[in-house]
Ligand binder design. Structure first.
Ligand SMILES: [Cu+2]
Length: 480
């Protein structure tokens, strides 16, 4: 806890809990606070406190106060589109005259990283860690309960864990417009879509050539998949609305836990200039507080821990961020048509040889990779007008007419359109997906050969909603 926030925290404690013994509340001792899984007895106890606090934030703490529910939601992004213009309008209507809260709204609203064009992708994890951390302090204030810690929702522990915790299905923590089945207790998605291992297996924090790195792999993968599986255009599935659903915080607490897990397993965070980037939030006293990435890159610095961290997958080889391997990677094949419109059923396309790869067959390419290189399926420039309310599964060389359920030998990965309503044009921070298909392709080859020209099939993993017309701008096979 920084000196400033500690002082304000002590002042607050003196007012709301006068007469209570400090040591009972833990902050006077070096003992870290523990965050629990939402389904444990401790987690369920915390969710009762949480419901109480959320009710106060929505109904008792007045609008415009940084501890009000709307203020926290808009800090992530202002609906409906999160444009700066929209932010200005909403600020002017909330605060007709100048005030410290107005200044704070200007500094905080629409600052979530990295869901808008121009954002730096590598700020995704630290920004959300700070956001969750100060929100948790505000919950303690709003519930007048200093023992509170934010529970996390670990949806990756089997199909029972993939059901939204019961507490979110009714009452103040519920939202009526989640995706069908979520509020009636169906798992939000099959296990293969909720797997944390592909992210935990990334060796570097940042993008490295066509490897996404831990931060982007988690952001665009599991993180976005859960957003898209829980809600659609006016709920969890869409950036400007997501912060309005009380379950958002249990989701991001889990994302934070996965980052802590990756670090505990040996994953190395970036150094300067990343460590020096500073963001503004509201402390529990309603006053501004600033934190730098380098002050939150280890949960021990913030005096909290988790009841469980995830182990490293067997393929994990931690490495410091290194210079991009651009010189070494080359397109092997790419889709002939520049963009692919996804629909209500599977779409399939053939990848053509790129100029310069000398018409090498995929089988020969696999042989030539050796042990140093891999083959990646890369998908770029995702766009959509509205959320499709569904995730899309990607397959390599799926036989025509074969069932498109994820658990088969041709399954490559899953994509979502969570932040594809906003263009990410800055090349250094462009969002993209990449999946290492080397082992999968070798397996297909041993089973009966791979075609000369590989095909990619993309199929919705459920019912597509409304008029969303999601598009994948570019698909290629890249060797690195
Ligand atoms: Cu999120």
């Amino acid at each position: 806890m920084s000196r400033v926030s500690r002082r304000s925290f002590m002042a607050r404690m003196a007012t709301v809990s006068a007469g209570l013994c400090f040591s009972k509340y833990g902050f006077a001792s070096p003992t870290a606070r523990v965050r629990y899984e939402a389904r444990t007895p401790e987690g369920k106890q915390m969710l009762k406190i949480y419901a109480d606090a959320v009710n106060n934030m929505m109904n008792s703490i007045k609008e415009g106060d940084p501890r009000n529910w709307i203020f926290q939601w808009y800090t992530h992004a202002v609906p409906p589109q999160g444009t700066p213009q929209n932010k200005t309008d909403k600020i002017n209507s909330t605060y007709p005259s100048p005030s410290p809260y107005k200044d704070l709204a200007n500094a905080m609203w629409n600052t979530c990283q990295a869901h808008r064009g121009g954002d730096v992708e590598d700020y995704f994890l630290p920004w959300h860690r700070m956001f969750v951390y100060y929100f948790e302090e505000i919950i303690r204030y709003a519930a007048k309960n200093d023992s509170f810690t934010l529970p996390y929702w670990n949806y990756s522990a089997g199909q029972d864990s993939a059901k939204i915790p019961d507490e979110f299905r009714s009452g103040v923590l519920s939202k009526t417009n989640r995706n069908p089945g979520v509020n009636t207790g169906s798992p939000i998605a099959p296990d293969y879509i909720l797997d944390a291992k592909p992210s935990l297996g990334q060796g570097t924090y940042s993008r490295n050539g066509v490897q996404q790195g831990f931060n982007l792999k988690l952001d665009s993968g599991l993180h976005g998949n859960v957003h898209g599986a829980v809600g659609n255009t006016t709920n969890m599935g869409s950036v400007p609305w997501a912060g309005g659903d009380p379950v958002f915080w249990m989701h991001h607490c889990n994302i934070d836990r996965l980052w802590a897990s990756w670090n505990k397993n040996g994953g190395k965070n970036p150094g300067a200039p990343w460590t020096g980037k500073e963001f503004t939030f509201a402390a529990a006293d309603g006053k501004p507080v600033k934190k730098k990435n380098g002050e939150v890159d280890d949960i021990a610095k913030l005096s909290y821990s988790y009841d469980r961290l995830e182990p490293a997958p067997p393929n994990f080889r931690p490495a410091a961020n290194i210079a991009l391997l651009n010189a070494r990677f080359a397109n092997f094949a790419e889709a002939a048509s520049p963009s692919l419109a996804l629909g209500r059923g599977p779409v399939r396309l053939t990848l053509e040889h790129s100029p310069g790869n000398k018409n090498r067959l995929l089988a020969d390419e696999l042989k030539a990779l050796g042990t140093q290189k891999s083959l990646y399926l890369v998908l770029k420039d995702l766009q959509t007008n509205a959320q499709p309310g569904v995730l899309y599964d990607v397959y390599l060389d799926l036989p025509e007419g074969a069932r498109t359920n994820g658990a088969n030998d041709n399954y490559v990965g899953t994509i979502n359109f969570f932040d594809a309503e906003h263009a990410h044009t800055d090349a250094a921070n462009q969002k993209f997906y990449s999946f290492d298909i080397t082992d999968l392709a070798k397996k297909l080859q041993s089973k009966g050969g791979v075609p000369e020209k590989p095909t990619v099939t993309i199929a919705p993993a459920g019912e597509v909603e409304g008029e969303a017309k999601p598009v994948v701008g570019q698909i290629s096979l890249v060797e690195q």
